[in-house]
Ligand binder design. Sequence first.
Ligand code: ADP
Ligand code: MG
Length: 318
Amino acid sequence: MTSEYDLINKYFYRSVPHHESTECGIGDDAAIISIPSHQQLVISLDTFIENIHFPPGTPVEDIGFKSLAVNLSDMAAMGAVPMWATLSVTLPVADETWLHKFSKGFFDLANQYSVELIGGDLCHGPLSITVQIQGVIEKGKTLFRKGAVEGDLVYVTGNLGDAGLGLTLLQSRHKENNHTRYLLNRLYRPIPRVEAGQALVGIANSLIDISDGIATDLKYILQASQVGAIVNLDKLPISEAFDKLAGKDRFKYALTSGDDYELCFTVSRDKQSELENRFKSICPITCIGRVTGDKKLQFIDSQGEDYKLDKTGYQHFL
Ligand code: ADP
Ligand code: MG
């Protein structure tokens, strides 16, 4: 039987990327990194459990990809540059096919963002994956949930609702075509908006990533900033596939379904043209509303009428 040491070496040790500031990576009892005095360390961790964080049958490569993607999204949501990760994998059996696919998905994304895996753990037990990520940011430059001010414009990157609709498709019998493939890919392989997060430093007033749906996550910005917002439903950015397949539940998905990992941020009006210029070469962004002073989150439909969110099944909201 292959030893734990051999499995770690084979599936998790990689010599590149290697950051100069990594004093010690995989192979000793702990990793050591040095941070220049003008930077701060930004740290986040997420655990992945089957049936809770990913549906059974999720391709194993995608589990590896997404377990890092959600962590990269948290770095993006602070404006930080991701640098290192540690990884804990608990597996019912030391299944090398599984480890091979998982590490392929993980390193596909890690290499794209030059994230160095510097340590972790490998255990026997019910399937569970935990990734901790460490990034850096110039001192004092971090973007927080707090910081939105009355009059700010509310923006989101990319499209909303794709991943939630993808999950619903998965749970129903669906025809395979370009649209359903696109939506499932959005669920399995979210694009962390790392470049976008960094580009917002010095421009945005507040920032969060959308993991639980814009209605929930924008509310976190509003609560932290002690303000409110008006969101125009006809401005919500949706994909062609979503438009074709979401049907009458389109607003429910676009507002409350999770797993999109887009960014939501607020910016003062006088920075709007700088923002739009900067993002031409980064990713699509859409202004969906504005920040108000009354501490309420209000949705307005195309007729200018108040839209009440149906809260059944979404108890985590409000
Ligand atoms: P210890 O018994 O001291 O905890 P381990 O055998 O668990 O040591 O780990 C040996 C080395 O391999 C350590 O540097 C550890 O960080 C690294 N490591 C273990 N599992 C993983 C993993 N899944 N991914 C990356 N590095 C790992
Ligand atoms: Mg260990």
